[in-house]
Design a protein around this ligand. Sequence first.
Ligand SMILES: Cc1cc2nc3c(=O)[nH]c(=O)nc-3n(C[C@H](O)[C@H](O)[C@H](O)COP(=O)(O)OP(=O)(O)OC[C@H]3O[C@@H](n4cnc5c(N)ncnc54)[C@H](O)[C@@H]3O)c2cc1C
Length: 537
Amino acid sequence: MKSPRTREADYLVIGCGVAGLRAAIELAGAGKVLVLSKAELTESATQYAQGGIAAALSDEDEIALHYQDTLQAGDSLCHQAAVKILVEEGPARIQELIEWGAAFDRNGTKLAFTREGAHSRSRILHAHGDSTGREITRALFARARASSIEFLPYMFTTELLLENGVVVGARLLDERQKTISEIRARALLLATGGLGQVYSETTNPSLATGDGVAIAYRAGAVLRDIEFVQFHPTALYCQGAPRFLLSEALRGEGACLRNVDLERFMPRYHEAADLAPRDVVSRALMMELLKTGAEFVYLDLTGLDPEHVRARFPRIYATCQEHNLDITADLLPVRPAAHYAMGGIATDLDGRTTLAGLFAAGEVACNGVHGANRLASNSLLEGLVYGARAGRAMAPSQAPAKVSGREEKNKVGKSSSRVAANPGPSGSNDPLPADGARRVAQIREVMWQKVGIIRSAESLQAALDILARLAPPLPSSPGRTQYEQSNLHIVAEVIARCALAREESRGAHYRSDFPCRDDERWGRYSRIALGQPVTFE
Ligand SMILES: Cc1cc2nc3c(=O)[nH]c(=O)nc-3n(C[C@H](O)[C@H](O)[C@H](O)COP(=O)(O)OP(=O)(O)OC[C@H]3O[C@@H](n4cnc5c(N)ncnc54)[C@H](O)[C@@H]3O)c2cc1C
């Protein structure tokens, strides 16, 4: 590796999924904007989003209903002001996206809406059937490329640069040039997406290694509600294949779940049956797996019109065919998989984190909009709405947020310019990469078995004990993989610690030893920061 090279920008956006792109578009014109990704520019979770994007735009819908549905799914932990902004500003953000060229599916000239779990109306817009994220990505890139925004792919952000407690830039690993460089900026946005790869079973792409959460945590930022991880009930279960998501929109169009005895079991668990909230469906599914001893249940679309299914879900149809499954005729083996992080870097309603100069938006951030359980198809909307708001707030950069209602003190970087170094894994004896890979496989399995859909004090403490022994080694000149492994370990530990501290069940966080919701004690957000205990506010 050559020595660090420094570049300057006015605004640095890390991540080019829906949140980063939307923020960058907002910033274009306010100064020099650099947007980074750690892989190909278009590779992101956004790109894989199938089902759609929710907004109260149909004639039969109302913003108040979308608001209520979001709060209901969030299980009394949503930040109501954040939800209000989401549902009120969402329609305008989508109209704008349509003006920029996003082609959502239509019935004749009218937008076509579908239904998903826990929505009281059909309000999900979709594109090319089940390629909504791809279309949104295309439209946002087209808009962004028409401005002077500069894009840099394969620039892996390793750390934040801090001066006197203020984030002034980032340190990067340029994978293609094999160089380390630094970019300094007036304000920096983390829009690095999710952390699903911390679980052995996940729908998330391989880049979802929780880098943003780990980077911000190491720099001293507060994380909020990180114990809330959504498990999607229907990931395709084929031995040896990645857990391809079978969108909830399939059930919205009439598909149903059956156990291996071919019984429709969801009516036994919830009045909304197959369209119950995701956390309810995932737990019901786990109960059925325990009861029947099977490794999967079935998703059944055989009662639907085959022609409609093929036209409506072309991507799912084609992918299942690769596994010799015809979704119009075969029962599809499915089981839950980690899907979405409700928690993340604590922000205010404009993306300000607890560190001056640092903003966050999209799945990496937590402003409380999803509460304990995200309503289906609200996250692309969140990326648009809160990406735009963060972009607006970054120019000009302002003071750090008081996200807890209390004054936050930066615990690190008080004086000189410094890199927020990795405090955990260490060692200069360049261990074999295989050791890191082995440990990460163990971390992911421990998280799935002990910090997954059903948790208890016993399983969580056991996970923490094991995790303490599994810190992946970080060689003296780490590459992207080693950084990602280290980040996954940090993310695993904070999730397990916060899950242990929350002694109740709420939304996606289910504790078998505390099976009820307890608003009086735990109707609050969790928070964790480097070197501090978990607290609730
Ligand atoms: C299979 C699947 C289907 C889904 N379907 C839907 C749906 O139908 N509707 C819905 O609302 N939501 C859906 N979701 C969730 C939704 O897609 C994501 O929550 C959302 O797209 C996240 O957007 P984002 O901008 O926050 O991050 P992402 O889209 O994940 O983008 C992250 C960006 O950050 C970059 N990055 C990450 N780490 C680094 C680093 N260290 N250095 C530099 N760059 C970095 C990446 O390269 C990438 O550009 C789905 C998710 C999955 C996985």
